[in-house]
Design a protein around this ligand. Structure first.
Ligand SMILES: [Zn+2]
Length: 402
């Protein structure tokens, strides 16, 4: 398996698939088709069925069950790398039997004081960048893991497995690509994105999200004759913000803490507008955060004896756990697989959105699994080969029919 996964991985990371913000097309960059075509070829070489490459750059395929299993399980990884840092001309640096010490790259170094996890990787094989690009382990480690799992089953027809559906998707890093996924056509009972880090971690809780717009009307009067008359909307806006709990600002939160994040302020004397995003894993606590906004509005309007403040709150998306918990088979199956391999699975809440959260809302329960990659979204990105292999074993175990 070692050679297979490394071969796939090194081949994929060398293909530039950077996505780009603010494009009107999906995929946002045509070069994502370069990897898509290579994946199609690899799927053809493995003899998969129903191989498709859609106009929006989704690669899908099926390895039909070799037993009487009727279960359809999907495995999904994205092809693009982040727009923020170069993914062009990636030169992966494979270090076997890593000594646990500082790795010098061009202009930067990976050192165990800054990255303490490096010490745990002593003796293993790590793959780093040359210091000038991302590695693209996010998410080509996921692509390679899925392909290696397929490679295993194609070469082990004696091991019974479910119907294995795979999808390689565009534009995850800029969001929105997954909206073009044909969920019904994918035909799965549930699926997994393979797009995390830690191999034994499962993520199926993300934020419930809402946004708030606070509009403030002031009383705009010539400052020379303003006494007792003027109400400066910008100052009222500052007052409003001060009424919200300080410890619920993003910079004071982590884990399961929710937050209210002030994303923009516009204001003159006559009017002002504050825009916030509200996030919480717990829907009840999100309601409490919303109430804080309404209470602040009431307080200010009473204080001034005028309806100066208006609050408009809109819900954006839900925690996928709400839907998954109605039928947690997908999470249970992943946990069992990890346990069978001798590890204790951990579940960690996601403090953002994932393609899986969207898919879950589109009707396909999709928790997220690890890949064996580290330090995503910059030149420090790297992967551990043994951890990637463990992920492949977990995927094999999930697809196995018992
Ligand atoms: Zn990713």
């Amino acid at each position: 398996m070692k050679k297979t996964i490394l071969d796939y991985f090194l081949k994929y990371v060398k293909i530039d698939t950077m996505s780009k913000e603010d494009q009107n097309t999906v995929p946002s960059t045509l070069k994502q088709f370069d990897l898509a075509k290579v994946l199609v070829k690899d799927l053809e070489d493995l003899g998969l069925k129903d191989i498709k490459l859609s106009e929006h750059c989704f690669v899908t395929a099926l390895l039909p069950s070799n037993c009487n299993s009727k279960l359809n399980i999907g495995f999904i990884a994205h092809m693009d790398t982040i727009p923020g840092f170069s993914g062009t001309n990636v030169k992966p640096n494979v270090i076997e039997n890593y000594d646990g010490k500082t790795v010098k790259l061009k202009g930067i170094e990976l050192n165990p004081i800054q990255f303490p996890f490096l010490t745990n990787l002593k003796g293993k094989t790590i793959i780093t960048t040359d210091g000038t690009t991302v590695l693209g382990a996010d998410d080509k480690a996921g692509d390679a893991n899925i392909m290696t799992m397929l490679h295993y089953y194609v070469n082990h027809p004696e091991v019974p497995h479910v119907n294995i559906h795979v999808a390689f998707t565009p534009d995850e890093e800029i969001g929105g690509g997954i909206d073009y996924m044909d969920v019904e056509g994918f035909g799965c009972d549930f699926a997994y994105t393979v797009d995390g880090g830690n191999p034994i971690e499962i993520n199926y809780e993300n934020f419930n999200a809402a946004s708030a717009i606070v509009s403030i009307k002031g009383v705009d009067i010539h400052p020379g004759s303003a006494k007792g008359q003027m109400i400066n909307a910008s100052l009222v806006a500052m007052e409003f913000n001060e009424l919200l709990p300080i410890n619920e600002r993003p910079e004071f939160t982590d884990g399961y803490d929710g937050f209210n994040h002030l994303t923009s302020v516009e204001g003159v004397c006559g009017e002002a507008k504050l825009t916030y995003i509200l996030r919480n894993h717990d829907l009840k606590l999100l309601e409490k955060q919303k109430n804080d906004f309404y209470n602040a509005k009431e307080f200010i309007n009473k204080k001034y004896g005028k309806d100066l403040v208006e609050v408009t709150i809109k819900d954006s998306y839900l925690n996928m756990a709400t839907i998954i918990n109605e039928d947690p088979t997908c999470v249970i199956r992943a946990k069992e697989a990890i346990k069978k391999l001798g590890y204790n699975p951990v579940t960690t809440p996601i403090r953002g959105g994932t393609d899986g959260a969207k898919l879950t809302q589109m009707g396909l329960r999709t928790p997220n699994l690890g890949t064996g990659g580290y330090n995503y979204h910059g030149p420090y990105e790297m992967a551990c080969l043994e951890e990637m292999e463990l992920v492949t074993k977990i995927l094999i175990e999930i697809a196995k029919e018992n």
